[in-house]
Write a protein that binds this ligand. Structure first.
Ligand SMILES: [Zn+2]
Length: 142
């Protein structure tokens, strides 16, 4: 992930026409909500992150790292890099699709309402995965 300083520098430095066209494609051709600019956060919950740098696009899988039994911090995992030189939009899209598929596989069904949820919003009740809403609303039997 780019540092804060790098992100700030990048904002003042427009992407090359090729990378900008890839970025625009992702912004307009995906069936998911997209947030962000230099780094695109695709999906809600986020399914894949595409981070644009001056000469490349990096595709990241959103993931959480447990620091403590109840403290998690975001720690995206790099799934691949497409260099502007020699790379293609098709490569980038394939990487994005693969990462979304991988991310969706990590989703689990809530034992309370049956909704498929991102692992980071699931808690556990008696060993069963239960989503945040169900825990909050206590729509589960204890
Ligand atoms: Zn639920």
């Amino acid at each position: 992930m780019p540092s804060k300083l790098l992100d700030a520098l990048l904002l003042a430095m427009p992407l090359s026409p090729t990378l900008e066209s890839w970025r625009q494609h992702l912004l307009s051709h995906l069936n998911y909500p997209v947030q962000g600019a230099q780094s695109l956060f695709i999906g809600d919950p986020v399914l894949v992150i595409v981070s644009f740098q001056p000469d490349r696009a990096e595709v990241l899988l959103p993931a959480m790292e447990w620091r403590h039994h109840d403290i998690k911090t975001p720690k995206p995992r790099c799934q691949g890099i497409v260099l502007e030189r020699g790379g293609s939009l098709e490569q980038l899209l394939t990487l994005v699709d693969d990462t979304i598929a991988l991310r969706l596989k990590s989703f689990r069904e809530c034992g309370g309402c049956g909704k498929r949820c991102a692992p980071e919003v699931l808690g556990s009740l008696q060993g069963e995965p239960v989503c945040r809403d169900c825990i909050k609303g206590r729509r589960v039997l204890f």
